[in-house]
Write a protein that binds this ligand. Structure first.
Ligand SMILES: [Zn+2]
Length: 132
């Protein structure tokens, strides 16, 4: 257990992001606070971040394309297999992915409550039944 320096609530160590440089190997703030903080930062610095990101992508676009392409080619069957298994089992992470896609990135994976995941899973199952 560790007390978050931001909200002051005592939480399990699993509620803190890992950071090898820090005491106890985790960040002083809990995941919830850290997420809030980075969201706030992103909101305040939206244009700055976007500009930096665009610039970085522009100067590295060919390199990125190359790497992605190569990786995909050499891992084609692995990726397909993995994704199919993932999608078929409706793993939490997969369901979360479809929620964030639906929310157009307005929500992050760690912000999605379990009930929403369960609901979404049911919805996907129904769709799959309907469009078999
Ligand atoms: Zn906290």
């Amino acid at each position: 257990m560790k007390v978050c320096t931001k909200c002051g609530i005592e939480k399990e160590l699993s509620e803190f992001y890992k950071s090898p440089d820090c005491l106890l190997g985790v960040l002083p703030q809990c995941k919830t606070c850290k997420n809030k903080q980075s969201l706030k930062y992103q909101k305040l610095n939206k244009s700055k971040i976007n500009k930096q990101r665009k610039k970085w992508y522009k100067s590295n676009s060919n390199k990125i394309k190359d790497i992605k392409q190569k990786w995909r080619e050499s891992n084609k069957t692995k990726v397909n297999e993995y994704f199919n298994k993932y999608a078929e089992n409706l793993a939490d992470h997969y369901v979360k992915g479809s929620i964030t896609k639906f929310m157009k990135g307005a929500i992050t994976h760690s912000d999605i409550p379990q009930w929403a995941i369960d609901l979404k899973r049911i919805q996907i199952k129904i769709y799959r039944e309907l469009y078999k």
